[in-house]
Design a protein around this ligand. Structure first.
Ligand code: ADP
Ligand code: ASP
Ligand code: MG
Length: 450
């Protein structure tokens, strides 16, 4: 297969007719590529609300929301297309999708119907973009992600299926007859039962990385509304700056621990195939962004970035039997494994073990089983603060700078030494903003402020 690049454009990057034009300018060139698109920004949230109204049995509420969203798309395409022929095609497309969404009002709403409704956002954006290119005289191929993106019974990507089926799709469009400009949907997939499913919110990044790995792409580019991974969360902290380079591991830690610019799992497929990932800004294409590869450069500042992950629950198990009892931790972890509940952080002492989880789906059952080992305390509304950098190379006490910076923040758990590139701390969520700001000052602005 010819060497391909994968370029993913997020919701804001396709959020308006002008943005469609920006994306077209970035992708229309000779390099063979697969372009992964998100839904137009705001659409997935809107579809979530529509599905919620249906689930409540409030069909009229759902119809009201559908009408409003439908209207927005009518305006969108009127502005987007210039020829009458394309406008008619666009109208038909929008009409078909919204009629389909309305059709759920005429039957009993099932759990999986939500996923089908959510999938409409990406199906619409990719078709509209495909027509847009066509109107401009640019030939492209629209690939249906539902033919090749698949997850298994554990909601993990079925890599073999993805590889085989995307290869089949691409083989149907040889370079001799077709432009090697493929457009496809992010986020959506089929599950082990063939039903429409998705890769969870923000999942288009994950789609891009999975496709990149499946086709052995030369590079995966994530185009978004900011010039790369910043050294702190720009939604809560001022004066954050882009990080020029990150290793796969550093980027994976930041994504997993809350840096919204990347879906939590999106680095793994790229790392496994050693495919570089670039984070770039659609609105400022000349900005350098962030390069993610096997190793990051050694800058003078070993601490790269800080991220925060909310919605964490801490569980402390105290047991008199823990002291010197081999097998105790295994028994504790076994409970979480049986309920398929991943543990993020662990700390132990002779009399207790604390763990954190980010899903409470099976919390009651887990706690009931843990009670056979001793007493159990559960704390909700916790946040993991993750500081990523090269802590192995650091020689000047950067770890102590972390703790100095947080001297006024109550810290519930600390994890250091698990890997060479991460310190994680657990705090109450209401202290998150203060903690992120304090770390920013202590780690990145010390030289300026002193
Ligand atoms: P897209 O719709 O393109 O997928 P997202 O909204 O999912 O974009 O991700 C980009 C946003 O991530 C940024 O606008 C920013 O607010 C947020 N963000 C959170 N943490 C970081 C960070 N460390 N670096 C850059 N952006 C971040
Ligand atoms: N449209 C989906 C979402 O809003 C997927 C994505 O944008 O990555 O979550
Ligand atoms: Mg995103």
């Amino acid at each position: 297969m010819k060497e391909l690049q994968v370029l993913k454009f997020g919701g804001t990057s396709v959020g308006s007719p002008e943005r469609f034009n920006m994306v077209a300018k970035l992708i229309v060139n000779d390099a063979p590529k697969i372009v992964v698109l998100s839904a137009v920004s705001g659409t997935t949230n809107w579809l979530v609300e529509i599905a919620a109204e249906y689930a409540k049995g409030n069909t009229n509420g759902a119809y009201l929301l559908i009408d409003k969203l439908n209207e927005q798309y009518e305006h969108f395409i009127k502005e987007l297309y210039h020829s009458e022929a394309t406008l008619i095609k666009g109208r038909e497309l929008i009409h078909a999708h919204f009629e389909f969404i309305r059709s759920f009002g005429k039957k009993i709403f099932k759990v999986f119907d939500e996923k089908v409704i959510l999938a409409q956002g990406e199906l619409i954006s990719t078709a509209l973009f495909h027509y847009y290119l066509e109107e401009k005289g640019v030939r492209s191929v629209l690939l249906q992600a539902l033919n090749f993106m698949k997850i298994d019974e554990d909601s993990e990507p079925d890599m073999q299926f993805i590889e085989e089926n995307i290869a089949k799709e691409l083989a149907a469009y040889p370079a001799s007859d077709y432009p090697q400009l493929f457009i496809t949907q992010g986020y959506i997939c089929r599950n082990a039962f063939g039903e429409i499913d998705n890769l969870k919110r923000g999942g288009s990044d994950y789609t891009a990385s999975l496709i990149g790995a499946a086709v052995n792409a030369t590079e995966i580019q994530i185009w978004t509304d900011i010039d790369g991974m910043h050294n702190n969360d720009p939604r809560f902290v001022e004066n954050t700056r882009p990080v020029a380079e990150l290793s796969f591991d550093e980027a994976a830690e930041l994504a997993y621990f809350g840096a919204k610019i990347l879906h939590p799992s999106s680095i793994r497929p790229a790392k496994l195939k050693n495919i570089p990932v670039r984070l770039l800004n659609t609105m400022e294409p000349e900005a350098k962004g962030t390069f993610i590869g096997p190793k990051s450069a050694q800058p003078s500042q070993p601490i790269k970035a800080v991220a925060a992950k909310d919605g964490i629950t801490a569980i402390k198990i105290k047991s008199g039997r823990m002291l010197l009892a081999y097998g105790f931790l295994r028994n504790v972890f076994d409970v979480f494994a049986r309920y398929k509940t991943p543990i993020d952080m662990v700390t132990t002492s002779e009399v207790a073990v604390s763990v954190t989880i980010d899903t409470t789906e099976h919390l009651n059952a887990i706690v009931n089983e843990l009670l056979t080992f001793g007493t159990v305390e559960v704390d909700h509304d916790q946040t993991i603060i993750c500081i990523v950098g090269d802590f192995l190379a650091e020689k000047q006490g950067y770890a102590s700078r972390v703790f100095d910076a947080l001297k006024n923040i109550p810290v519930r758990m600390i994890s250091y030494g698990g890997s060479d590139n991460n310190i994680s701390l657990l705090i109450h969520s209401e202290k998150k903003k203060d903690a992120l700001k304090a770390l920013h000052k202590g780690l990145f602005q010390l030289t300026i402020d002193n």
